[in-house]
Design a protein around this ligand. Structure first.
Ligand code: NAD
Ligand code: DAU
Length: 353
């Protein structure tokens, strides 16, 4: 028994592989194209014991995927691979179409061909779990009820539109071909190994390197924050117990405005790594022009995973954010290695020098 984890060298995928190997005895094969967001260091230390194999490749490479599925007798595919950053999708959507839409389609085709050829019992047990996002549902007003699995898709960014397309393809492969799929739609994750282009690691990194802390618009946009380890646990449960063809929303009941998040990061840094001279980090907050099409609020109703699997997040935002800031303080070499030339080009383009 082996699972295939696509995008397993990225933030959530790597956390998932670590969690999976710690919690189950089952080997995992990682397939990752190692884009700017993928980093083999995220899997460092997992090499021993033959329970983990890393393969450098693209989910759109059907021949490679077919060979891997057959050679490793894969019994489940977990698709984390994606272009995942909203701001980059605004500057250049095409990579998002290539991986999130065409890549997912080609992965599904390769998986379908493999699954078609399995003996009946293995076909019945096989699963394709697609990891998606709450952004497919669009934006909530201040008083709007959190997203449920039945809500209409209203994606607003190129990123969200491509994730919505991939969700539809996954659904279609179930409805049309009977492929045993599961889809999860999760809220904003944070935690170790997150690339410092996303809000929380970006703020930590910029604070520690003496830069401004750029908050888009008025800082009042709300996200529902979930510690990555809690997301991984929910995915394990959906894989084990989810009903084929169904979707599952996952969220942290952790709604915060962006300003609240940035202030929380600053307050932890004030006590863990005070600025020379004693000024508070929040002095460096700078309001910058808003993201185009910026969704105002996300919140997820995760009562289905709670009811059906007994899932609940173990971390609150307060405990999770503390763990996260400490991880970045303890892993400055990791941050240095990922904030090289291409990263600097991106931040210069997005935030100026
Ligand atoms: P990430 O950008 O950190 O990692 C993505 C990984 O996919 C990288 O390792 C990258 O190299 C790999 N990849 C990209 N294109 C590929 C391709 N064509 N073939 C193979 N590998 C490829 O993203 P993340 O934050 O870890 O997100 C993982 C998944 O979870 C994504 O599908 C994302 O949409 C979804 N998601 C993310 C969040 C979040 O808050 N980060 C929340 C909900 C859902
Ligand atoms: O909701 C789930 C989604 O969460 C995932 O599907 C995406 O892959 C993930 O990137 C994330 O999308 P967001 O756009 O919500 O995350 P990001 O970290 O880019 O931004 C979080 C909020 O912070 C958002 O309202 C924009 C704001 N922001 C972000 C950056 C990078 C700022 O104010 N300043 C910044 O510099």
């Amino acid at each position: 028994m082996t699972i295939l984890v696509t995008g397993g060298a990225g933030f959530i995928g790597a956390n998932f592989v670590r969690d999976w190997l710690a919690e189950t005895g089952e080997p995992a094969v990682v397939l990752d194209a190692l884009t700017y967001a993928g980093n083999p260091e995220n899997l460092a230390g997992l090499d021993g014991g033959g329970r983990h194999l890393f393969v450098h490749g693209d989910i759109g490479d059907m021949r490679l995927v077919a060979d891997l599925l057959r050679a490793r007798a894969i019994r489940a595919v977990l698709n984390f691979a994606a272009e995942s950053h909203v701001d980059r999708s605004i500057h250049g959507p095409e990579d998002f179409l290539r991986t999130n839409v065409v890549g997912t389609f080609r992965l599904l085709e390769a998986v379908r061909a493999y699954w078609d050829g399995l003996p009946a019992a293995d076909r019945a047990a096989f699963r394709f779990l697609h990891v998606s996002t709450d952004e497919v549902y669009g934006s909530l007003g201040a008083g709007g009820a959190p997203f449920t699995e039945g809500d209409r898709y209203e994606p607003n960014s190129p990123y969200a539109a491509t994730k919505a397309s991939s969700d539809h393809l996954v659904r279609a492969f179930h409805q049309t071909y009977g492929l045993p799929v599961l889809t999860t739609n999760c809220s904003n994750n944070y935690g170790p190994y997150q690339f410092p282009e996303k809000l929380i690691p970006l703020m930590i990194h910029r604070a520690l390197t003496g830069r401004t802390l750029p908050v888009y618009g008025d800082g009042g946009n709300v996200r529902d924050w979930l510690y990555v380890g809690d997301h991984c646990a929910a995915i394990r449960m959906v894989l084990a117990e989810g009903r084929v063809g169904e979707t599952y929303n996952i969220g942290g009941r952790g709604e915060k405005t962006n300003l609240e998040v940035v202030h929380a990061v600053c307050a932890i840094l004030d006590s863990e790594r005070p600025r020379p001279g004693g000024r508070p980090y929040h002095d460096r907050i700078a309001f910058v022009p808003d993201r185009p099409g910026h969704d105002r609020r996300y919140a997820v109703d995760a009562s289905r995973v709670a009811r059906e699997f007994g899932w609940a997040p173990r971390e609150t935002f307060d405990t999770g954010i503390r763990r996260t800031v400490r991880w970045y303080l303890d892993n400055e070499a990791w941050v240095r290695n990922v904030t090289t030339g291409a990263y600097r080009d991106w931040t210069a383009r997005q935030y100026g020098q």
